[in-house]
Design a protein around this ligand. Structure first.
Ligand code: DC
Length: 237
């Protein structure tokens, strides 16, 4: 297979990255990788195996004895842990509470980076979203996108999502969690949350979801005029 055409989307929690990446991948016929879900699956593994979120070596040990995979036969792709679909479970609050700490360990990140590159090698066209996709994992991606939004806006979106799914939450708690996670994701030594060099930047605070997806589609089409499958030009002509 010729080199994959990769579009990265990075940004803090609650900017709408996952939903935008899913809609964009549908519109453009790309596969989509949610790398936050992969880190969440490691958090679940830690809970199930009784490994502390502070124990990098212990996390590496249980990761090496398990399989975290992305099943691209479902839409959106399903995240599996040792063959079990854990897509719902990894959204629960106990996972959200420890995942940023889990994602701070070198031992965890090197394994995730390798796994993400292995996924990309299997897909001709991939939109991958997370925190370090355009900076560390795919710094030469055809297009790097950075999504941001005001913390209050992101917290409001998260609180509304949780309320809609039947979880009672206080706005102030969600906001405090978002601010704490931002600080942890931005402050870690390895793969910190940061805007990639040369990225297309979009603040989604005052945009509707449809406007965000339209804007991203325009950016992809401007950078990759050829989206014909199998053409082999890498999207550039
Ligand atoms: O996008 P999310 O909320 O599902 O991400 C969960 C956590 O994983 C978040 O704290 C940041 C971390 N993460 C990361 O460190 N690197 C990535 N590429 C994706 C997510």
């Amino acid at each position: 297979m010729s080199a994959s055409v990769i579009v990265t989307i990075d940004g803090p929690a609650g900017t709408g990255k996952s939903s935008a990446a899913a809609a964009l991948s549908q519109r453009l016929g790309f596969d989509m990788l949610d790398t936050g879900a992969m880190y969440r699956a490691v958090a679940l593994l830690a809970i199930e195996r009784g490994v502390s979120e502070n124990d990098g070596a212990g996390l590496a040990r249980v990761m090496d004895a398990s399989h975290i995979d992305v099943d691209f036969s479902s839409r959106p792709p399903a995240i599996t842990l040792d063959g079990r679909d854990v897509g719902q479970r990894i959204r629960q609050v106990d996972i959200t509470g420890i995942v940023s700490r889990i994602a701070s360990h070198h031992e965890v990140r090197v394994r995730m980076v390798d796994a993400q590159r292995a996924v990309a090698a299997m897909h001709a066209r991939l939109i991958t979203e997370g925190r370090d996709q355009g900076t560390v994992v795919f710094p030469t991606a055809a297009l790097r996108i950075w999504l941001d939004a005001r913390p209050e806006t992101r917290a409001r979106r998260r609180a509304d999502e949780l309320t809609a799914s039947g979880v009672a939450v206080e706005f102030a708690t969600v906001l405090a969690d978002i601010i704490a996670r931002d600080a942890s994701d931005r402050g870690r030594a390895e793969g910190p949350l940061a805007c990639p060099v040369g990225a297309v930047c979009l603040d989604t605070s005052d945009l509707s979801f449809a406007e965000v997806v339209d804007e991203l589609e325009r950016a992809v089409r401007a950078r990759l005029p050829c989206l014909s499958v199998g053409c082999g030009c890498g999207g550039s002509r």
